[in-house]
Write a protein that binds this ligand. Structure first.
Ligand code: PLP
Length: 383
């Protein structure tokens, strides 16, 4: 049977060129980058050249780039690290209810210790209103954390405006840019955000490698203490092969971004139009145009998104219902809830997220298969 992957927002396959770039750093150049001998030097050079390559792509300074184990760690580091630096006086953190759990879980944790958390509302397409941010900031505000693009519905936030409000008020700004890398340009000169997080496995790099950009002079306590690696901000022997892989992956996706985004955007549009045409109970969630080019979140009213996922899986098509992180429990997506999508529609939500290896034939096959899956489930639910 044909197998088609349409879940690139959950994770992506590693590119062969990335594996090739990483390979020497397992069996031959395996030194610890802290060691003072040749093996160590070799590893150190590879690590620093990966850091420089990434910095130059993001228009940052190499000393503003920290390697971590994942974007979850990066976001935890900033949120807890800023809170730890202000532990005695506590204070306010402003975020949104549609963040990834990598942000929501640490802010909820801080709430238990006396920090005030403010969740800005989003409209029914998932957009934050910049005026709400402006009004929420006060002199107790320690940090603002707003994602650049949402992983479930794909909505792109007005990030330039949000960051400029934070700048104007002098409050540090963190943005989770995990779903932006390789899809849109990230230019940290143009976007003066203070903190930004990325994850290699979301852009055809290896799992287990995250990135934290922290602008020079921005204060945060380290989350992981030990030997003082990564300029004392993230101890633990650095994953050199992983850093090399992340740099290679970012280089490739950046080079291909313009053509690939156009291609994916066409495919996603034909997916959306095709599904809405063929299936009367389908409705699109998120913003029609302010969306990353690969993501379509579609509700099938009256049937379970989870059942659609299973039905498609039996036909060889891999999608997600809600987000990969929340699909283990049967509650509806916190993102759709915050967007005020009605409960029945929210329960029937399916996320299609396309990527490099999807073709027009994949969309055709989906459009042949999906109406049958939905019809069958509809007749069950009518019983
Ligand atoms: C996947 C994802 C994360 C978490 O990344 P990990 O590296 O797997 O921890 C955070 N934010 C968004 C928007 C994501 O899509």
């Amino acid at each position: 049977m044909k197998r088609i992957y349409m879940d690139y927002n959950a994770t992506t396959p590693v590119l062969p060129e990335v594996v090739d770039a990483m390979r020497p750093y397992f069996c031959q150049k395996y030194g610890n980058e802290e060691s003072l001998h040749q093996f160590g030097n070799e590893a150190k050079e590879a690590l620093e050249s990966a850091r420089e390559k990434i910095a130059s792509i993001l228009k940052a300074n190499p000393e503003e780039i920290y390697f971590t184990s994942c974007a979850t760690e990066s976001s935890n580091t900033v949120i807890k690290g800023v809170a730890f630096a202000n532990w005695d006086k506590k204070g306010k953190i402003i975020t949104t209810p549609i963040e990834h759990s990598a942000v929501l879980a640490p802010v909820r944790w801080l709430e238990k210790y006396g920090f005030e958390i403010v969740y800005l509302p989003v409209d029914n397409t998932g957009l934050v209103n910049p005026d709400d941010l402006r009004n929420a900031i006060d002199d107790k505000t320690l940090l603002i954390s707003i994602m650049w693009a949402n992983n479930e519905v794909g909505t792109i936030e007005p990030i330039e405006e949000l960051v400029s409000i934070a700048k104007e008020k002098g409050v540090p700004f963190l943005t989770d840019a995990v779903q932006v890398a390789g899809k849109m340009d990230i230019d940290l000169v143009e976007l003066p955000a203070d903190f930004l997080t990325l994850s290699a496995h979301k852009f055809y790099g290896p799992k287990g490698v995250g990135l934290l950009f922290a602008r020079k002079g921005k204060r945060f306590e380290p989350l992981i203490l030990g030997g003082g690696h990564e300029r004392k901000k993230r101890s633990g022997t650095v994953n050199v092969a992983g850093a090399v892989g992340m740099a290679k992956a970012l280089e490739i996706v950046t080079k291909q971004m313009d053509t690939e985004s156009k291609r994916l955007s066409k495919l996603t549009d034909s997916l959306i139009d095709g599904v809405l045409d063929r299936i009367p109970i389908a409705q699109l969630n998120g913003h029609r145009t302010k969306r990353i080019p690969n993501t379509a979140n579609i509700s099938f009213k009256g049937i379970e998104g989870e059942s659609v996922l299973m039905g498609l899986d039996m036909a060889g098509i891999a999608v997600s219902s809600g987000s990969a992180c929340s699909s283990a429990d049967l509650t509806v997506s916190h993102v759709l809830k915050a967007m005020n999508v009605d409960l029945v529609a929210a329960q029937g939500a399916v996320r299609f997220s396309l990527g490099k290896y999807n073709t027009a034939e994949d969309i055709d096959y989906l459009l042949e298969t999906l109406p049958n899956v939905v019809d069958r489930l509809k007749s069950f639910s009518a019983l």
